[in-house]
Design a protein around this ligand. Structure first.
Ligand SMILES: NC(=O)c1ccc[n+]([C@@H]2O[C@H](COP(=O)([O-])OP(=O)(O)OC[C@H]3O[C@@H](n4cnc5c(N)ncnc54)[C@H](OP(=O)(O)O)[C@@H]3O)[C@@H](O)[C@H]2O)c1
Length: 304
């Protein structure tokens, strides 16, 4: 049992979802038994959403995690089963397996699952940066794989994810996977070759937004605003601006022009952003994060 948690990790708290636990909608799902391997930050968020939205009944969900304390907490909260004593046992008793372990644990986990895997078992994996080919290479078996790249706002059902399916994923398996992903935010089906760029943009993106937020907050502080007020103004400006863009469907440059009066304050600020190449820096940031993701993925191309 490992109870030492990384304090930097995002954890779900009761503050994040005050919605009552009840069935919101009846979903038509082909998944009969869902197994979850790894109920850390992301795995527990996904199982919480699946149960709380009534997508799959808790009695039809099994979870396994080497962190027994965490497993007990999820069982206590959601009423799912945690009786499987190994990942192989969990795979044997499930038709769909959601994998939510760290990439460095994956090879070991797959080796343990391998004896119970066959083409009837559908894998949905949110493990970052590991190509689908790795799963078949390590296990020596072929089975349907849905590879997902979510992001942290999934914790409050405001995530965006991209998903790639291999050739063995059936139409109903795709539909079931997309139903689950829509419960944690919006989702897009993409070819697997896009997933490194997706990681560099939406996967790492929340960190860029918080960094920009911090810059705006410091700007307000520099000009004499109390920090709390400044952060609140910066936060609500970002949230409100994006809401306006989403709800009007207008192009961001058109909305920018609406704020920018001739000879006014905004154009002076935009001139600085242009001169300092903020846009070029953001492009470069997405590029380096995507290339790093590609580099890390390449390390999984040859499991030996
Ligand atoms: N968090 C995010 O924002 C985010 C976003 C996109 C994608 N992802 C991906 O999602 C995956 C999960 O991330 P996370 O943040 O949820 O990680 P996490 O909090 O560390 O959760 C992983 C869980 O798996 C457990 N585990 C380790 N080895 C295991 C094994 N052999 N069998 C069963 N369980 C095992 C871990 O236990 P211990 O803690 O005891 O090791 C932990 O409880 C990662 O691949 C990550 O890259 C995460």
């Amino acid at each position: 049992m490992n109870s030492g948690r990384d304090s930097r990790k995002l954890e779900w708290t009761n503050e994040m979802d005050k919605r009552p636990r009840r069935l919101i909608k009846v979903f038509k799902m082909d998944i009969k038994k869902l197994g979850i391997i790894g109920v850390g930050a992301m795995g527990s968020t996904m199982v919480r959403v699946i149960v709380n939205r009534g997508i799959i009944k808790p009695e039809n969900i099994n979870a396994h995690d080497i962190n027994l304390e965490r497993l007990e907490m999820v069982k206590e909260e959601l009423g799912i089963n945690i009786d499987c004593s190994s990942n192989a046992e969990l795979v044997a008793s499930s038709d769909t397996i959601l994998m939510a372990v760290k990439p460095q644990e994956l090879k070991h986990v797959l080796e343990g699952m391998a004896p119970a895997l066959d083409p009837s078992k559908a894998i949905i994996t949110i493990v970052t940066g590991v190509p689908m080919s790795f799963y078949w290479q390590v296990t020596g078996k072929q089975f349907p794989i849905s590879r997902v790249m979510p992001n942290t706002p999934a914790l409050v059902h405001a995530g965006v994810s991209c998903v790639s399916f291999n050739e063995l994923v059936s139409v109903t398996q795709k539909r079931d996977c997309i139903t689950i992903l829509k419960a944690i935010g919006t989702t897009h089906e993409v070819p697997e070759k896009y997933l490194d760029a997706v990681t560099g943009l939406s996967g790492s993106g929340p960190a860029y937004v918080y960094y920009i937020l911090e810059g705006l907050t410091d700007g307000g502080v520099k000009m004499g605003l109390p920090r709390d007020l400044s952060r609140s103004l910066a936060t609500d400006t970002i949230i409100g601006s994006l809401k306006l863009m989403k709800e009007t469907g207008k192009h961001p440059m058109l909305l920018k022009d609406q704020v920018t009066s001739p000879g006014g304050t905004t154009i002076d600020a935009l001139h600085v952003l242009e001169n300092e190449n903020l846009k070029g820096i953001l492009i470069k940031a997405v590029e380096v994060a995507s290339l790093k993701s590609r580099h890390l993925s390449n390390q999984f191309k040859d499991p030996e």
